[in-house]
Design a protein around this ligand. Sequence first.
Ligand code: GLY
Ligand code: MN
Ligand code: MN
Length: 447
Amino acid sequence: MSISLEEYQQRRQTLMEKIGQGTAIFRSAPLAVMHNDVEYPFRQDSDFYYLSGFDEEEAVLVLAPHHEQHQFILFVQPKNVEKETWTGYRIGVEAAKKEFGADEAYPIEELDEKLPDYLKQADCIYYHFGRDEAFNNKVLNHWRKLIAQFPKRGTAPSAIADTNFILHPLRQVKSDQELSLIRHAVDIATEAHNQALTIAKPGKYEYEIQAEIEYIFSKHGAKSPAYPTIVASGKNACILHYIDNNKQLEENDLLLIDAGCCYQYYNSDITRTFPVSGKFTPEQKTIYELVLEAQLKAIDEVKPGNTYNQFHDKAVRVLVEGLVDLGILQGNVDEIIEQEEYKSYYMHRTGHWLGLDVHDVGGYKVGEDHWQTLQPGQVLTVEPGLYLSPNAKLAEGQPELPQRWHGIGVRIEDDVLVTRDGNEVLSAGVPKSVEAMENGISANQGS
Ligand code: GLY
Ligand code: MN
Ligand code: MN
């Protein structure tokens, strides 16, 4: 299972049709150094990968649709037996052409010499200014030189435009091949969550659960977790990005697990919350059922034609109505929503796009006042939660949180595909009913 060469070619073709007389430049991710000369695992830039499937550092991808000989050009690290002994296999210049379909490939050292050839006839350079300042300056310097030569040559790019505006809308709608990879990442994470639900018991440490989850990721060939795995018991569940994962699970704890994996660069992102001793306390159950109701009703709002904010607004309304019924918030539901007084206990949005990046690219809004309309092929998360921390900063006039709710944190997160007539919950294989959360997956498989 992987993206075919034809699909990469199709992606480049679509982009080239959009840039016409322009030339687009994409920089690979640089190697990141952890300390001294120890490196972080390499992670390719997602735009670069989307257009090529090429998974090495120190590379540059150029698309020049107007160029007479070469439209797709790769600059890569050349083969070098000595260096490969230290840092691993390199694809090399020849294979960059043969295996990745480049019309021409050069050693990266020749970039400065060859690049002007692909820029000089272009009316515009398409480039996203990234974190690598030296490379940003390199692109600017090439542009300056071409502008200086304009009077004599008669051509030069007159502008630099950001590639995000043309590429990210393409990345936002997933192809069938992309969906297969996302489904696979979701299936691996599904097995990991179900295993966590089976093995979590009072006395275990959060990191033991994390280890089982990440073992399952690796066992199935996932490159890495999609983000640092969150295994948060008891009041740790009220810390949104808790990653210490070093507390021992206690009898009455809820356990919030937010874990997903990265498979061939496509990601899953799933959260479940359950009682480690197999029984919710009445307060935990009340909050769990409220978040579950908000999540199910929010998912119902994920369908073509609805705007991106509708599922968030639905989740907020259900949560606020519930919190008012419980006396945790006081006042008129509409006013609490309008004044955002619920943010003491629900401070994040209900989802995000999901794909090559966990928080995937693509806009949420069209202009300042309008949200994007959902369309088939988009994948997003639906992840409402409530975090009843006694330290929450309260909106003016809202009551202190009664002791019995203290430290309850619940989030339920699924990965959802927008389909032609509604949606498909890709992570439906991880149960979430109260019964399943109390009695394990066999109680309610798939609900
Ligand atoms: N785990 C990151 C997120 O849910 O957005
Ligand atoms: Mn998550
Ligand atoms: Mn998420």
